[in-house]
Design a protein around this ligand. Structure first.
Ligand code: NAD
Length: 490
């Protein structure tokens, strides 16, 4: 074991049930964003490695899809058990590669519970029958697509890994998963668990690599029949276009957000302050549904802003491996520079009320080299300002005021994003008016992100995505529907 309590991380590709180095020997480096030290050299899937992974999945499909959901579920259950066991090590790998504080890590247990759910839920893949056409008994079959590709981001990698892979496998598909080049170590570790479970070769292939190589190849691959993606709107558009230009594969897109939280004067102010600051602070603001735009009724604005700043200042920045740390660095230098650019833009357009500096208090030793951003608050941002329109993906929030319902609904909806929105009020009629009017895939009343419900559909309105995920919804993302017409002789 190394000093961080992690064995030498697995960095190879997992294709057709075997670990392998990349065919051209290429690797890419992972540096700790907290210290800038090199953590691992990871094998990068080449075009031929990506093709091999798809070919392995294609070859494994007939036998895997012929199993009963219960027999497939046995493998998923075993993987869930190993994920629970490996949680501590997985938390350290994520801390090392993208700076997630181990104190906030829940992802492995969440992923395990997703695999546990889909170990049983495969039986929900059912068609319907109809006697509505005279002289016929008609029915639908629900059948797996074949090879499914899953492309995941770096911010909460194993949650997305499980959200895509578990239902795809439960439905009888075989899978090629590509992890993010910023956080490949936990997916590679899960590959070692997949090997231990003894999945049939080729059923689940796990590769590391950059988007423009393996990601783009999967998106335009003629043998990939469905693709589930979580990541940025920019990449989502590229994937949609690649799918259209190749085989029109079925695509599910979970994309970015610029989520508004609306706070009325009749709310529970303490709860609103606590929850809205947690939403933008958790994972250093690197959360798709983080409430990065807060609209507070003008009558309580001063009180809200003071209380918000006080809570927001209470973060403990430092080594993500330290159990006391609650505020990690941005995932890498690119993310850090992006957030800094937005902070500079915010200083030009808005009033800086907190943070916005390059110095972050509480850092010591190697962490002083890290890519930390202090909690940052802007006030009075013009609605058209870049910090109000674009996803920053950092601990940076805009707090604006409003007077009337109509005014704030118009402002909240004036965004190309539509992932999540929340409203704090004790007035039930107003809460329901907002639930109806807000253009978002999820509207939260008297709570905010990251609150979600596992059996409710999650996804985006407008440019925040295409399709929905969640228990009771994801299985259908990986099933074709076939109509069978049966004529009865009278
Ligand atoms: P990203 O789009 O840069 O990368 C996501 C994945 O796509 C990575 O694996 C990357 O390698 C791959 N990729 C990049 N270019 C590609 C291409 N041309 N073809 C195919 N694949 C390609 O996103 P990110 O920076 O990793 O993640 C942050 C983004 O994800 C944010 O916008 C965030 O809002 C969004 N996100 C959305 C949700 C959701 O559920 N809606 C959840 C988490 C994150």
């Amino acid at each position: 074991m190394g000093s961080a309590g992690v064995d030498k991380p697995e960095t190879r590709l997992f294709i057709n049930g075997k670990f392998t180095e990349s065919s051209d020997g290429k690797t890419f480096q992972i540096k700790s964003p907290a210290t800038r030290e090199v953590v691992a050299d990871v094998f990068e899937a080449s075009e031929s490695d990506t093709d091999s992974a798809v070919a392995a999945a294609k070859a494994a499909f007939p036998a895997w899809s012929a199993l009963s959901p219960g027999d497939r579920g046995v493998y998923l259950k075993k993987l869930a058990a190993l994920l629970h066991e490996a949680s501590d090590e997985l938390s350290r790998l994520e801390a090392l590669s993208m700076g997630r504080p181990v104190s906030t890590y829940f992802d492995a247990h969440a992923a395990a519970s997703t695999f546990e759910h889909y170990a049983e839920a495969g039986y929900d893949a059912q068609g319907a029958s109809s006697l509505n056409t005279p002289g016929f008994v008609n029915m639908t079959f629900k059948q797996p697509y074949g090879v499914v590709a899953a492309i995941i981001p770096w911010n909460v990698p194993l949650v997305f890994f499980a959200n895509k892979v578990a239902p795809a496998l439960a439905a009888g598909n075989t899978v090629v998963l590509k992890s993010s080049e910023k956080a490949p170590l936990t997916s590679a570790k899960v590959a070692t668990l997949v090997e231990r479970v003894g999945f049939p070769a080729g059923v689940l292939n796990i590769i590391s690599g950059h988007g423009q190589t393996s990601g783009a190849i999967l998106s335009s691959h003629m043998d990939v029949r469905a693709l589930s993606f979580t990541g940025s709107c920019r990449t989502g558009r590229l994937i949609q276009a690649a799918a259209a230009k190749s085989n029109l594969k079925h695509v599910v897109l979970e994309l970015g957000g610029k989520s508004p939280a609306i706070v009325f004067e009749d709310c529970d102010l303490d709860a609103a302050v606590q929850e809205t600051q947690h939403s933008i602070q958790f994972n250093s603001g690197q959360v798709c549904m983080a409430n990065s735009r807060i609209y507070v009724q003008d009558t309580i604005a001063d009180k809200f802003v003071e209380a918000f700043k006080e809570k927001f200042a209470q973060v403990a920045a430092g080594d993500p491996l330290d159990a006391k740390t609650t505020h990690g660095p941005q995932a890498d230098e690119v993310q850090y520079n992006t957030v800094q650019r937005y902070i500079e833009a915010g200083k030009a357009s808005s009033t800086l009320a907190m943070g916005g500096t390059k110095e972050v208090s509480g850092l010591s030793g190697a962490s002083e080299q890290g890519y930390f951003v202090p909690p940052t608050v802007f006030l009075h941002s013009p609605e058209e300002a870049v910090v109000m329109k674009e996803e920053i993906f950092g601990p940076v929030v805009n707090i604006n005021t409003f007077k009337t319902e109509d005014e704030v609904i118009a402002k909240a909806n004036d965004s190309e994003f539509g992932l999540y929105a929340s409203v704090y009020t004790k007035n039930i009629d107003r809460a329901l008016r907002f639930a109806k009017a807000l253009e978002a895939g999820t509207v939260a009343v008297n709570c905010t992100s990251p609150m979600t419900a596992r059996d409710m559909p999650f996804g985006g309105y407008k440019s925040s995505g295409v399709g929905r995920e969640g228990f009771g919804h994801s299985l259908n993302n990986f099933l074709e529907t076939k109509t069978v017409l049966i004529k009865i002789k009278s």
